[in-house]
Ligand binder design. Structure first.
Ligand code: NAP
Length: 303
């Protein structure tokens, strides 16, 4: 068996065509959706991520409001910037690029973002909304994974899902989202004894650990759907995921590549959340679906 590829780049491009139409609709009502991106310091990696987000805004017709602050910005100064953006009518989404410098309390900053502009979905209110299955802004990476899974046509209800990685931004919200869709979810982490014992049972295996080649073919059930969230730069400069792609693709039914799988979807879902924020503000758009999911996005089959 050679797995079919779940093409995040193609799905992302398809979604962006729809986004441009939604931007045109908003513009016809006198609204230009806008995203503020706050970066403290000059980390090269963070600069790349921020640039990607600004480019995605431009690509889809959104305004972006970059806020580049020096490394020695105090917490109080940063909170003042957030407060100004909270009040700014042109701003529909606020993203604070993580990590923040050590002298700034990340949680205090994330809690300062207005809940209705928290397009990253990291505010405690939005995290809590996931627990009760009434998501306002689903966090971008798990949201993107959800849509990638939808392209396979498999109903996740009743499926065994194993998530490797339990971070606040990927593993844990992913688990909550799929639990909401009635999957049977197992979450593994560093302390998990015998990882293979869990992964081998997965109908859907989602890996977000940040460890190259953590998942070889022997850890994967034949016919499983494998989603690789990991992004790792090898010493020779290559970017790889957490899954041994060449080996696992001979065992899985579907698999995401790295790059070109989850990565492009994360930025695209940030645009989706910002658009939804702008639409909600003027009371248009489909709203939250019956299953707690934003009905703006319907499954798209790119295969
Ligand atoms: P993180 O905060 O470092 O969390 C990693 C998680 O994986 C932790 O829960 C950790 O367990 C677990 N883990 C680490 N090594 C493990 C092992 N050997 N066996 C089992 N579990 C293990 O990382 P993150 O922010 O979630 O990101 C994870 C990966 O996804 C990274 O490669 C990151 O670059 C990538 N990522 C990609 C996107 C995208 O858009 N594609 C977005 C976000 C992140 P403990 O909790 O026990 O420490």
């Amino acid at each position: 068996m050679t797995a079919k590829i779940i093409d995040g780049k193609a799905l992302s491009a398809t979604l962006r065509v729809r986004f441009r139409q939604r931007v045109a609709d908003l513009s016809g009502r006198g609204v230009q959706p806008g995203l503020a991106v706050v970066l403290v310091g000059d980390s090269a990696a963070s600069q790349v991520y921020v640039r990607n987000k600004i480019n995605a805004c431009r690509d889809c017709g959104l305004a972006s409001y970059p806020q580049f602050l020096p490394m020695d910005t105090s917490e109080k100064e940063l909170l003042d910037v957030i407060e100004r953006l909270n009040q700014d009518e042109n701003v529909h989404g606020i993203l604070v690029q993580l990590p923040l410098p050590k002298h700034i309390d990340m949680r205090r900053v994330l809690e300062a973002i207005a809940v209705d502009k928290d397009v990253d979905g990291f505010h405690l209110y939005n995290v809590g909304s996931l627990v009760v299955g009434n998501s306002i802004f689903p966090p971008c990476t798990p949201y993107g994974v959800q849509l990638l899974l939808d392209t396979t046509g498999l109903d996740v209800s009743g499926q065994n899902v194993v998530i490797v990685g339990a971070s606040n931004i990927v593993g844990k919200p992913m688990a909550l989202m799929l639990l909401q869709r009635e999957a049977t979810v197992t979450v593994c982490h560093v302390k998990t004894r015998d990882l293979a014992q869990h992964t081998i049972l997965a109908d859907i295996l989602i890996v977000a650990a940040g460890v190259p080649n953590l998942i070889g073919a022997q850890l994967v059930k034949r016919g499983a759907i494998v989603i690789d969230v990991g992004i790792n730069r090898l010493p020779d400069g290559r970017i790889v995921g957490d899954v041994d792609f060449e080996a696992v693709k001979e065992r899985a039914s579907w698999i995401t590549p790295v790059p070109g799988g989850v990565g492009p979807m994360t930025v695209t879902m940030l645009i989706e959340n910002t658009l939804r924020s702008a639409e909600r503000r003027i009371g248009i758009g489909p709203g939250i679906g019956a299953d707690g999911w934003d009905a703006a996005i319907q499954p798209v089959n790119t295969n």
